[in-house]
Design a protein. Sequence first.
Length: 152
Amino acid sequence: MRYREGLQDALHDVECQTHPGEKIGIVGRTGSGKSSLFLVLCRIVEIQKGSITLYNTNLQHIDLKDIRSRLAIIPQDPFLFSGTVRENLDPTSSHIDSDLNNVLERCHLKVPVDRLGGLEADVGERGRNFSVGQRQLVCLARALLTRAKVSN
């Protein structure tokens, strides 16, 4: 896969198969193409060489909203929105409190969130009320709630 003509391949001979409901992580050294792969999967960047197939269909022919609703990322430098814990976990208000509290428990965030005031606690600008590690866990919790999936 390459971003545009004249540049080196960002990824070469990458193949991956997943199964419905399976969660995968993409790890690798700096510059190995992890971010490039995610940008291409989300169609933030269109590729000039190569192809990606999901559901036996070329990625370019799949609805953008459908693709993006099925992917989640836990970035190394996590970003939280200004607002409440609830808004950061569930920006579309799709879940009940027990779902949110359950995912907080699973991600070892229930105690720190309760100390701040629970689901309505303010995360602060860019998540300043949380450590970097806790912000990553909030991103993980959000990813678990989205039930993100890429399947073949």
